[in-house]
Write a protein that binds this ligand. Structure first.
Ligand SMILES: [Zn+2]
Length: 160
């Protein structure tokens, strides 16, 4: 993940398979999975084997430059692990945690070059996944830019 690459398919599928054992009768959400076409196809087989079905595929659509801006301005406290955005921090005091006084750092996977590499990987590997679901269960899209409460309300609305 630090290199901006994806976890190999077999490892992801092994984890998902294990989780499904504990999900019987529950409503579940897969966030950020599947990310590749082979993963989507294997998930379809796994669901069929378990007698389960996908209720909805939700795409939260955000412009690439917005993603780069958000992630590269994210800071994490090295001590208490609180997460901040530079826009939330006082001008001139952007390196100290307001909760514990710890030093704020940029996670290696939030560096701009890593974020851009992740976006490129996403475009190459995840676009075919969207096509796969557009042709099967359908994809519901929600705009992910703007006020977080409005985006949350829209997600809840489309999931009802
Ligand atoms: Zn802290």
């Amino acid at each position: 993940m630090i290199a901006g690459l994806l976890v190999p398919d077999e490892i992801m599928l092994g984890l998902i398979r294990e989780q499904f054992e504990t999900l019987e009768g529950l409503v579940w959400i897969l966030d950020g999975f599947p990310r590749t076409l082979p993963q989507a196809e294997s998930l379809a087989e796994l669901l069929e084997e378990k007698g389960l079905a996908i209720g909805m595929v939700l795409l939260i659509d955000i412009d690439n430059e917005e993603i780069v801006g958000r992630l590269t301005s994210r800071r994490v406290c090295g001590d208490c692990k609180s997460v901040y955005n530079l826009s939330m921090l006082p001008e001139g005091d952007e390196s100290i945690c307001g909760k514990c006084g710890g030093k704020l750092v940029t996670r290696p996977d939030d560096r701009e070059e890593t974020v851009r590499r992740r976006l490129k990987v996403y475009e190459e590997q995840t676009t075919p996944v969207l096509e796969f679901y557009r042709k099967s269960v359908g994809v519901t899209e929600v705009g992910g830019t703007g006020d977080i409460d409005e985006i949350t309300a829209e997600i809840i609305r489309v999931m009802k």
